[in-house]
Design a protein around this ligand. Structure first.
Ligand code: ADP
Length: 269
């Protein structure tokens, strides 16, 4: 590096160095605040189900165990609490991996129609408990090949469809559709006629731990991480996610995926 003797250049460089350092410190401060808030949220999320499990187990030990029907009921509830803890920990694990960028995407062509059908099979029982109809047009009877990490996209579909069931009304419906967006992109749409989301809450939906109705969501066993995971996965694919909703009428989440056809054509050239 040549030694700068020009005073003006030197002053400029010193100033730039100072500004860079200041920015670096600001970034570190924000990160630290983020970390602290994250830890606070995590312990808060874990506390509720842990206390629930503890409550049922102590009641059982205090004598409720002797009553056969209560015993079964309380053990089942304790098990539900543990199940919820497992989901939260799995979500946290996924989110931290996505956020520090160590989660490796295994990108390959796959049939999105088949994937949607398998997710429907998985969630049919859950939907039927609320008499919610899962609909996927019969016109999709041939493969539509897209590119992405199939297992991560499965997670995206599960999270979005589970939400449409959780926040759906009894005897409602969830409809999936695939449409051509551009020459090389498709749009996957998940539409429900559930409770909908108020305008002022829409911009915060994808924040981790964010829930519109804390008390309501809690009975549904959500951790507020589902949509945050969805957004991370879609963005890791360099794709986009959209949400539209009318409070009291329903919501529509949609995301883009790259068609496999174009890539294959390019390879063939
Ligand atoms: P949760 O674990 O609470 O479901 P999510 O991150 O998946 O967390 O969703 C965040 C919040 O967004 C939910 O608590 C709910 O209030 C709202 N939400 C998500 N999907 C829908 C939907 N399909 N209809 C209405 N509200 C929804």
């Amino acid at each position: 590096q040549p030694i700068t003797t020009d005073m003006a250049t030197l002053t400029r460089e010193v100033k730039k160095f100072a500004t860079d350092k200041k920015l670096e410190i600001e970034t570190l401060k924000i990160r630290e605040e983020y970390r602290r808030e994250f830890l606070g949220n995590v312990s808060h999320e874990l506390k509720t189900p842990l206390f629930t499990v503890q409550g049922y187990l102590s009641t059982l030990l205090d004598g409720a165990m002797n009553d056969k029907s209560i015993r079964k009921k309380y053990l089942e509830r304790a098990e539900k609490g543990v199940e919820r803890l497992i989901y939260i920990v799995q979500d946290l694990d996924m989110i931290s991996k996505l956020e520090i960028g160590v989660l490796h995407l295994e990108v390959a062509p796959f049939d999105i129609v088949k994937l949607i059908q398998s997710v429907f099979d998985l969630l049919e029982l859950k939907a039927s408990k609320k008499d919610i109809l899962l609909m996927f047009d019969m016109k999709y009877n041939k493969p539509i090949m897209v590119i992405g990490d199939q297992e991560k996209i499965r997670q995206v579909l599960i999270n979005l469809i589970v939400n449409s069931i959780k926040y759906g009304i009894n005897e409602g419906s969830t409809e999936l559709s695939i449409e051509d967006l551009t020459e090389d992109k498709v749009l996957i749409r998940i539409t429900d006629n559930g409770e909908g989301i108020e305008k002022q809450n829409i911009s915060r939906l994808f924040e981790r731990f964010y829930r519109v109705d804390k008390s309501g969501a809690r009975t549904e066993g959500g951790s507020g991480l589902g949509l945050s995971i969805v957004k991370h996965i879609i963005e890791a694919h360099n794709e986009k996610i959209y949400v539209e909703s009318r409070f009291g009428f329903g919501s529509e989440f949609s995301f883009t995926l790259e068609k496999a056809q174009k890539k294959m054509d390019e390879k063939a050239l």
